[in-house]
Design a protein around this ligand. Sequence first.
Ligand SMILES: C[S@@+](CC[C@H](N)C(=O)[O-])C[C@H]1O[C@@H](n2cnc3c(N)ncnc32)[C@H](O)[C@@H]1O
Length: 351
Amino acid sequence: MIHLTTNGGLEDLAAAELRAHAAALGIPLGEVVEKPDGRRGRVGFDAAPEDLPALIPGLRAIHHALRPLTRFTLPAEGALAEICAQTAALDFPELHTAGTFRVTASRKGRHAFNSVDVQVEAGAVIVERWGLPVRLKQPDLELRYEIMDERVEVSVQLTHAPLSRRHPRPAPLRTALGANVAWALLTLANRDRPPPAALLDPCVGSGTLLLEAAQLWPEARLFAGDGFEKPAAAARANLADAGIDALVTVADARDIDETFAGQRFDVIVANPPFGVRLGAQIDFREWYIAFLRAAAGVLAPGGRLALLALKRTAFNRALREVPQMGLTHVRIVDIGGLFPGLFVLERRPVE
Ligand SMILES: C[S@@+](CC[C@H](N)C(=O)[O-])C[C@H]1O[C@@H](n2cnc3c(N)ncnc32)[C@H](O)[C@@H]1O
């Protein structure tokens, strides 16, 4: 079975996209399983190996595709020796054909070794047994070791760079959203609707949501704001570099009813600050109330707002204060160990 990796909370969207994408390409799929073996952020599926190169690159909901090779449990003593012994026993086609390789390890839990130790030790076993040289950048074969407490899974990574980093950006920002999460927000915002005519991202940052929206809906008119000049300039540079026409202004998200007065949006998507670094300075309930009221002022009747809100309690309280906006969908998404709510709201015909 092939495994796709995505953010925890998006497995159903990744599975649905996989089925739709395979059907559109005429590729037959076997079983599709959300969270195989209970693993969050994974979708497992069966397909013919020769179909994978056509199927995988077009998936927008995922980070990587993996082909699991082996799983084992670490002993209390001699864990690294066990990893080396299991590595020495590996034999699969790419080891016979690849010119270069690398090992990438990740780890959760307490261990007497770190991820680099695994990369060095397991890598040395492959070098010795198969005579393959290590290449850190763009190797032919990337072996992934995922260590979760005492469990280890070794896979061949079928994707090189994460598919969720699909937008090259001359002006990157540290807080950028993964393109797959941006895709999920946009997809849920516009579910069962024709493409939006006008779309706004009022907290644009480096522009991921608009970069993704332009690919999904090339005809949509795109608007953006950011409270600060630096991210607004970054978004302008990134969108221009991608050949995307969008109006980006410096404006507070809580004032979009004034900034974009007269404009009507079918969709607003927002990734407002989570408040991790400066959270203590912000009253999030008040922030969300002001933002929701402003969004209601520029959404077309029945238009939708999809946003990520880390302060979920504050958001739910705020929502009660804004009767113009009705909740249509909510789920929790794992974003690097933070768990914001992904909320979708609809503009009700009340004032
Ligand atoms: C989490 S980042 C968005 C990242 C963006 N989705 C991306 O992929 O690059 C939040 C953005 O909101 C902006 N921001 C903070 N307060 C704001 C406000 N009151 N109004 C509008 N934008 C604001 C920040 O400058 C930052 O660029």
